[in-house]
Ligand binder design. Structure first.
Ligand SMILES: [Zn+2]
Length: 107
């Protein structure tokens, strides 16, 4: 997944901020120096914390634990159906060890 933020993301965001008087800017030579206004700071903080909540929530939902080693697995990284149950593992090696454990009566 590409997590980089490109200019095509930043400029519409800046434009929106400007329209709502959340930023002001001054010119320094050929550059524009942007500053958040007080209401802009409030807006950004609220937006970021909401964004953070959404991310935390979606991570929680996708989070499960590897049945073999107990480490946290995102997005069911490796699943296998064993004895009719869909089980989540962190990797195929854990799944193999788990299956060997079944054979030896460990589970
Ligand atoms: Zn594991």
């Amino acid at each position: 997944m590409d997590k980089r933020i490109s200019a095509s993301h930043v400029y519409p965001f800046l434009k929106e901020l400007k329209q709502n008087y959340f930023v002001n800017y001054r010119k320094l030579g050929r550059e524009k120096i942007y500053n958040l206004t007080d209401s802009g700071k409030k807006f950004v903080n609220e937006t970021l914390s909401r964004f953070n909540e959404v991310i935390q929530e979606s991570l929680k939902r996708k989070l499960s634990k590897c049945i073999h080693c107990g480490c946290e697995v995102y997005n069911n990284k490796y699943t296998e159906i064993i004895n009719g149950k869909k089980l989540a593992f962190c990797c195929c090696h854990c799944a193999d060890s788990y299956k060997k454990g079944i054979k030896h009566g460990k589970h």
